[in-house]
Design a protein around this ligand. Structure first.
Ligand SMILES: Nc1ncnc2c1ncn2[C@@H]1O[C@H](COP(=O)(O)OP(=O)(O)O)[C@@H](O)[C@H]1O
Ligand SMILES: [Mg+2]
Length: 382
């Protein structure tokens, strides 16, 4: 039987000590009414504003907890046919997180220790009930702190997750935008320049004026330069990975990087299975950012790229012989290159390892399982 005890009754209830105070709802699991009265008196003498609800069977206790609104539990240890610890274990199994104080006659140090190990908040000997309010208050404070910490952690985890999603969203927006720009350069600029070249060639064939011929030749050369530039821009925006596969794209990347920087770039390895487009793109962007970093930060003279798809994993390793990086370098707040790569790797089911120590060069290793967890997409984001 569970009975609600009116808060203002002197024995069973405890009057709030001041207006505006929240009244704590305490559930008391106890099958001895005299003991219950003693507990109620001990609380009434304290500053705690609370009302006390009595439950004397496990069923009643469970009903009262399920009904909600309970702030803390006081429980006798020896009850008729069960123990206070049964109530505690039930609460744990149900995921109910409430301060739980055992209030009992002498139960022995070992039993108390066991109860504490099992997570009970505290223990008060029923012959020393003057301690009860302070113990209860401490258990309530502790629980409130723990809850606040858990909520803060939850909020942090959610905000991290939102950040990951936002980054992914931004990344794919950038990829899509780049693809659109590349297409426009190809269709509009590339198309027009090709037409200009044709016309200039026609003019060159149909003029005998030497002066005009020289101008036409120089215009043809300009058109050629512009075409080359637009192709280079297109490649950067929408890598050749789309057309000829990752290996071809990496070869192109390595060659143009080496030409531009005079850093010795070697590409090793081979791929034996076709990769999902998103995985190819993640690998390509990893190599691209790694090379950009080498140029920006490494002071390296050699870079080695190694690709493999053995044992069900795509691995791409990019290592340089530059100055390396310490933990402070890698934790820079404003650096989003490596962070972006890590998130890109995660978005295709893989991960990125960064191996770096000051003076020992830097190695990035992208690993992506090829078991179908990164599903091939018919339309690539880029
Ligand atoms: N290959 C490298 N060699 C030495 N240091 C590097 C290399 N790559 C990255 N770093 C260090 O790690 C930091 C973080 O890199 P990254 O996230 O790409 O940001 P960013 O390039 O915008 O600075 C860099 O600022 C640099 O200090
Ligand atoms: Mg960078």
């Amino acid at each position: 039987m569970a009975q609600n005890i009116a808060p203002l009754q002197p024995i069973f209830g405890v009057a709030p000590t001041g207006a505006g105070l929240t009244v704590l709802h305490i559930l008391h699991l106890e099958d001895n009414l005299a003991d219950h009265e003693l507990v109620a008196r001990a609380l009434a003498r304290s500053d705690l504003a609370c009302d006390l609800q009595l439950a004397d069977t496990l069923d009643d206790f469970q009903d009262a907890v399920r009904a909600g609104g309970v702030d803390a539990v006081l429980a006798d240890y020896h009850l008729a046919g069960f123990s206070g610890m049964d109530a505690w274990e039930w609460m744990r199994a149900e995921g109910v997180d409430l301060p739980f104080v055992l209030v009992s006659g002498a139960i022995g140090e070992a039993t108390v220790a066991d109860a504490m190990v099992r997570g009970v908040s505290d223990y008060v000997d029923k012959h020393r009930l003057a301690r009860l309010p302070a113990v209860l208050q401490r258990a309530l404070d502790f629980a409130a702190n723990r809850r606040a910490r858990a909520e803060a952690q939850q909020a942090l985890a959610e905000s991290r997750q939102r950040l990951v999603e936002l980054t992914e969203h931004l990344q794919s927006s950038i990829d899509r935008e780049r693809a659109d720009i590349a297409r426009e350069i190809h269709d509009d600029i590339g198309g027009s320049l090709a037409a200009v070249k044709l016309d200039l060639t026609w003019l060159a064939r149909h003029t005998s004026d030497a002066e005009a011929g020289r101008h036409i030749a120089s215009a043809l050369q300009m058109a050629e330069t512009a075409l080359g530039a637009s192709q280079r821009i297109m490649r950067n925006l929408r890598p050749a990975v789309l057309d000829q596969g990752l290996m071809a794209a990496l070869q192109w990347l390595a060659r143009t990087f080496a030409e531009r920087t005079e850093i010795d770039v070697r590409l090793h390895g081979r791929l034996s299975v076709p990769l999902p487009p998103r995985v190819e793109m993640a690998a390509y962007r990893t190599a691209q950012e790694a090379l950009t970093n080498v140029l920006k930060h490494a002071k390296a003279t050699q870079v080695r790229l190694e690709v493999s798809d053995l044992e069900g994993y795509l691995t791409l390793e990019i290592s340089d012989n530059g100055r390396g990086a310490g933990p402070d370098d890698l934790a820079k707040l404003q650096s989003f290159g490596l962070l972006g790569l890590k998130e890109r790797a995660q978005s295709v089911g893989g991960w990125l390892d960064v191996v770096a120590a000051a003076g020992q060069g830097m190695t990035l290793i992208l690993s992506v399982p090829l078991d179908g967890s990164a599903t091939p997409e018919t339309e690539m984001a880029e």
